[in-house]
Ligand binder design. Structure first.
Ligand code: SF4
Ligand code: FE
Length: 498
């Protein structure tokens, strides 16, 4: 099957008849729902750009399984060049959508599972890897969106999965049958949950003895019986119901998170990639998180480009662009944004070939990348708000601007420089509002903090990867620690020194 067009993608999503709940109601026509559609448009862009010759090099890759051209989101990285192209593709999509475009979680899941299933088979004599390869080929051949789902609700964080008073807070196996397993539980704040054809489930933490039922990885269709979704709210989301395209800030695109529930879902064995092998759950978590922490060095940078551009326009529209402090703030924003990109590229260029044959990012540098992402977008957002001025949050509505009587007054008092129409000034300020405190801030700010793991998770990985013993050896060598000391070589201080 050929690559899908954006229209085919949207149609195929509608055909799934997913079970989605929003504001206490089941939503049937979800692809045309004003609150959901912008997030669908984001994923559609991953199909749209893949068909354009100018983006082919970034958006497409050659499958190592079939030799055919596939969307990079369904590709298993075959080189460090593939890894760096992934980051560049994500920056491009962040620039085009100004939003989280959601398709990366599936890409990161297949790349993590590829090497883990191979190593698991070597150790246990299982055949997970072959099953998984067939599944990846299916995703590639059909050009499907897979949703990599890792984060369980987790209940009482002080207790391991098998000791939770409510066991469903971690996805687990409730029945093993000859033909497959039955699973129950949920994945929380799941990116792109309702915009995917397929779900790939992975454990959320390293499992220990007693947690065997929770060490489970599998895939299932997004419309499998027993799977349903409860849509997550975003700040200012009901503005999307308004007829005007002004107050929403980013009218075409948006992110999406939902609570994904598995209510006794049957999964046939050919779709199971881990079942009880607790000792491999940690590696899977680490690798998926590592890939997604690399991802943030691309997507957040692309959205950062949009925000920096919006801040520069806001300054231009009110005549402040030439002020030296404005120029300096824009330089600082750029410096921070490019630092994130440098981290995303660095962990890609330092990637390594895994025993399974695929390429993985440098885990230490990927964690450093994400740790910076937990901070720099906040500073970029702060500077954007500084440049934008208070009007960003005190501006009258689109309805006021359109009103016959009040409109001209709004127009008159919100004017900036004469060559910028008031409506454009308002549009740009609404975009900054969207990205810093509105619906887009979910993707640009809070997701920068908690997506791909909260800051402490990276610090643990940085500690583990930092090889402190090697650094201590370096210091000992320079300081000559352990060398016999010749007291006789110590001379009397000279008269001058004294
Ligand atoms: Fe992709 Fe970034 Fe969204 Fe994750 S947060 S799915 S990397 S766009
Ligand atoms: Fe994310």
């Amino acid at each position: 099957m050929a690559l899908k067009t954006p229209e085919e993608f949207v149609r195929s999503l509608a055909d799934l008849h997913l079970q989605i709940y929003l504001f206490g109601e089941k939503i049937d026509d979800y692809v045309n729902h004003p609150l959901i559609r912008p997030s669908i448009n984001c994923i559609a862009t991953t199909y749209e750009l893949a068909a354009l010759p100018e983006y082919e090099d970034l958006m497409l890759a050659t499958s190592h399984l079939t030799g055919k051209k596939v969307n990079r989101f369904a590709h298993i990285h075959q080189s460090t060049e593939d890894l760096s192209k992934k980051v560049k593709m994500q920056r491009l999509l962040g620039q085009k959508t100004g939003s989280c475009f959601q398709r990366c979680v599936g890409m990161d899941a297949i790349n993590a599972l590829y090497s883990v299933t191979w190593e698991l088979d070597q150790a246990r004599g299982t055949d997970y890897h072959e099953r998984f390869k067939k599944y990846v080929q299916y995703l590639q051949d059909e050009d499907l969106v897979a949703d990599g789902a890792m984060t369980d609700p987790k209940g009482d964080r002080s207790l391991p999965p098998h000791k939770q008073p409510e066991p469903d807070v971690y996805v687990h196996v409730v029945e093993k049958r000859d033909d497959g397993i039955v699973v129950r539980g949920a994945k929380a704040h799941q990116t792109g949950a309702c915009n995917s054809h397929e779900i790939i489930v992975m454990p959320t933490v390293a499992m220990r003895e007693g947690d065997e039922d929770f060490a489970v990885s599998f895939s299932c269709p997004a419309n499998a019986e027993g799977v349903y979704y409860i849509y997550g709210r975003q700040s200012c989301d009901t503005r999307k119901f308004e007829d005007s395209d002004l107050d929403v800030g980013n009218v075409r695109y948006g992110g999406q998170e939902a609570l994904m529930v598995f209510d006794d879902v049957f999964v046939p064995w050919e779709r199971v990639y881990m079942c009880g092998e607790i000792e491999f759950s940690g590696a899977l978590v680490e690798r998926f998180a590592g890939f997604h922490r690399q991802s943030y060095g691309g997507c957040k940078v692309g959205v950062g480009d949009v925000l920096i551009g919006a801040a520069a326009l806001a300054a231009e529209y009110n005549g402040a662009a030439r002020a030296s402090h404005i120029k300096d703030k824009l330089i600082e924003m750029t410096h921070l944004n490019e630092t994130l990109f440098s981290c995303g590229l660095a962990c890609s260029y330092e990637g390594v070939r895994m025993p399974a044959g695929n390429y993985q990012i440098d885990l230490l540098l990927a964690n450093v990348c994400k740790q910076n992402v937990t901070r720099f977008p906040y500073e970029i957002a702060r500077l954007a708000e500084d440049i934008a001025g208070g009007l960003m949050v005190t501006m009258p509505s689109a309805q006021d601007l359109a009103d016959e009587k009040i409109g001209p007054i709004v127009e008159k008092f919100l004017v900036g420089t004469c060559d910028a129409p008031t409506i454009d000034r308002m549009r740009v300020l609404r975009l900054i509002e969207n990205l810093t405190i509105g619906a887009g801030a979910v993707g640009y700010r809070t997701e920068s903090m908690h997506g791909a793991g909260s800051p402490q998770a990276q610090r643990i990985m940085i500690a583990r990867q930092s090889n402190l013993d090697h650094k201590k050896e370096l210091a000992k060598a320079i300081a000559q620690v352990g060398k016999p000391w010749d007291k006789a070589r110590v001379k009397e201080p000279t008269a001058v020194a004294r």
